[in-house]
Design a protein around this ligand. Structure first.
Ligand code: FAD
Length: 444
């Protein structure tokens, strides 16, 4: 059984490695770029100078897969797929045409940045933040003394991280968003405010509730005209979200939310011999109990593994996702899983929330003792947890992982209240989610 994988970033790497581990080595992998396995999550650290180079942001190379028995064609773009006759056509960098057949196909074509259709977009110094090459370009441009003013368009996770990175490089930074506040789609205002405070305290200007009408300049970007006036900028990062790369199968495979490839729980598309994984595919969202589109490397890796098992004939359903994410801006960490209260109200009419704001450790603690701000969101009808947010200078990753599992398994807020957790506050700290769950007030 021959498998073709298109795309060798996180989803493709995970699928290829798993297939090989399962003894399925008749694999050919195509990727249009040279670099594979680029950890874009570290891009802002490199751009901001916290990493001295981007070389540590890779965990695999094409050679690794070749050494394991796969055939890998980098710098080779797949142009068409004939799903009935099961073959693909591609072209190499040198223009050579390649035709190849498959028994099973895994689409791992990922996503591309959304670009607005705004006059002036073709000016120099308007850049994306997605690939290794984008990051390399950003590092080069930021090193130039004539790049003094940077505009970051889009105040989601990536835009915010890049705003910090550019500020660390001594630039005048303006973070722009059309929404009324930063992180509008990701967190409630109480929590996004902790991040906004960090940004403004470090000299980053935030401009929200405006629309960009034109990029102005001669050949290079000079300013950004908006509905609230002009913002001077020598460099702009376009960080307005991502859309799935599905053009290879337009009209041939069913699409789901955000026009991603619609997949079932085994990562199968509408054709049983074709799987789709990572950013090009839909994902089942446990917080809304419905298919969704959540572009994250964490999902790409897991869906890649799951698809490989199913392609190898081992039935393994994907347990779904909650969109769990983490952001660290200067020393403030914002961790989220599931829905914010704002998003929950859009999906379910009847929800409640509990906030806890308390010290990380008991007062007797001798070390640093930052405050922990936590919000749990749950449905009123069945009291099932559907969202959690934590903001703190302490690292509460363990708590958000646990809350993510709680949402995945549809636990009630009451199950959290009476969960068995060890009591040793000097080590574990004070448990904010237990306190929140207890104050939800239900006595079983
Ligand atoms: C700046 C930044 C920060 C991020 N931070 C985080 C984070 O902290 N945590 C997190 O979980 N996620 C994060 N993400 C998201 C994460 O990077 C993506 O979800 C992840 O890269 C998706 O992996 P993928 O393999 O599905 O797709 P992609 O990474 O998009 O890779 C798709 C691959 O397919 C190839 N390809 C596409 N079409 C073709 C074709 N026709 N022929 C040949 N090859 C093709 C491309 O060259 C590419 O290598 C971040 C993303 C960015 C940009």
């Amino acid at each position: 059984m021959k498998t073709i994988i298109i795309g060798l970033n996180h989803a493709g790497c995970a699928a290829a490695r798993t297939l090989i581990n399962l003894g399925q080595t008749d694999i050919t992998i195509y990727d249009r770029s040279l670099e594979v396995s680029f950890l874009a999550c570290g891009m802002a650290l490199w751009i901001g100078g916290q990493l001295s180079s981007g070389q540590g942001l890779f965990y695999a190379s094409a050679k690794d897969f070749v050494a394991l028995g796969a055939k890998v064609m980098t710098e080779t773009m797949v142009d068409t797929i004939d799903f009935d006759r099961k073959y693909i056509q591609a072209h190499t960098k040198s223009g050579q045409t390649v035709t190849d057949t498959y028994d099973r196909l895994i689409l791992a074509t990922g996503s591309r940045p959304k670009m607005p259709n705004i006059p002036g977009l073709a000016l120099d110094n308007i850049i994306n933040a997605k690939t290794f090459r984008d990051a390399e370009r950003a590092v080069t441009l930021l090193a130039k003394p004539d790049i003094r003013r940077v505009a970051v368009i889009g105040a989601g996770y990536i835009g915010i991280e890049l705003a910090e990175a550019c500020r660390r490089q001594g630039k005048e930074v303006t973070l722009i968003d059309s929404a009324p506040r930063i992180m509008n789609a990701h967190a409630d205002e109480k929590f996004s405010n902790f991040i906004a405070e960090q940004l403004t305290a470090h000299g980053i200007r935030i401009e929200t509730d405006l629309r960009i009408t034109e990029f102005e300049g001669d050949s290079k970007l000079r300013s950004i005209r908006t509905t609230k006036g002009s913002i001077p900028a020598d460099l702009a990062f376009a960080c307005m979200g991502f859309e799935p790369c599905t053009e290879l199968a337009q009209g041939k495979l069913e699409l789901g939310p955000k026009n991603a490839f619609k997949v079932d729980k085994n990562q199968r598309t509408s054709r049983p011999d074709v799987f789709a994984i990572g950013d090009c595919a839909t994902i089942y969202n446990n917080a809304i109990d419905a298919p969704d589109y959540i572009a994250l490397a964490s999902n790409a890796i897991r869906t890649g593994i799951i698809a490989a098992f199913n392609a190898a004939g081992i039935d393994l359903p994907y347990p779904g996702a909650q969109g769990s994410s983490g952001l660290c801006i200067y020393d403030m960490k914002l961790l989220t899983t599931g829905l914010s209260l704002q998003a929950a109200k859009e999906h379910h009419r009847d929800v409640s929330f509990i906030d806890v704001d308390q010290k990380r450790f008991p007062d007797s603690h001798s070390g640093p003792n930052p405050t922990v701000h936590m919000r749990l969101v749950y449905r009123n009808d069945d009291r099932v947890l559907i969202g959690a947010q934590i903001a703190s200078k302490a690292d509460l990753s363990g708590a958000i992982h646990m809350l993510s599992l709680a949402i995945q398994t549809h636990l009630t807020i009451d199950a959290l209240a009476y969960q068995d957790i060890f009591l040793m506050p000097e080590v574990s700290g004070l448990n904010a989610y237990r306190k929140a769950a207890l104050s939800a007030g239900y006595l079983p």
